[in-house]
Design a protein around this ligand. Sequence first.
Ligand code: SF4
Ligand code: SF4
Length: 188
Amino acid sequence: MNELSTDRQRRWQRLVAQVEREYRALGAAERDWIAARLQQIADLQSQLQQLFRYGGGEQACGLCSGDCCAKGHNHMTLVNLLGYLQQGQLPPQTDFAATCPYLGPRGCRLSVERRPYNCISFICDKIENRLAAAEVERYYQLEQRLRRLYQEFAERYAGGALTGLLLQEQRLGGRGFLRRKSKPASEQ
Ligand code: SF4
Ligand code: SF4
């Protein structure tokens, strides 16, 4: 592992531990808010994956060996990490020497329900061209609903944006990922 990968690995472990501590300190109402949305996100992501399969995505991705995964590294957001933490789990071991730390020899090592928004919402032309028009339309409807849910986290939490957690960590400079942004009038 080179120096950059080692540094990312160290920062990643530190931020996962920080979010885990913050999550454990949340009250029941806040955890319920998170759980309800994570369930909807998991359902939508599973439906998107089903359409991806209809388009022959698994074979196509196998043939091109995860070409698009090589272009974007570390998309995991607060939403995806919370998906693991709320079940008392941690995400799979990272490999920052790889193009994406979650890309393994047989593709993405993250479960479909916890895959980052940028990854699950992307289909390339090879796959889209094999879907019927109605399926493409459905794909984009699901993608819009999913995006709105991710945006709810971005609006609620300081570290909830759709960009990867390592970028969030830099931006926050030690402040909490789950720190609430200003509450709407209805909750004050
Ligand atoms: S989505 Fe398209 S570009 Fe990405 S790995 Fe699959 S076939 Fe390749
Ligand atoms: S998280 Fe998974 S799908 Fe996304 S870039 Fe990494 S390996 Fe690819």
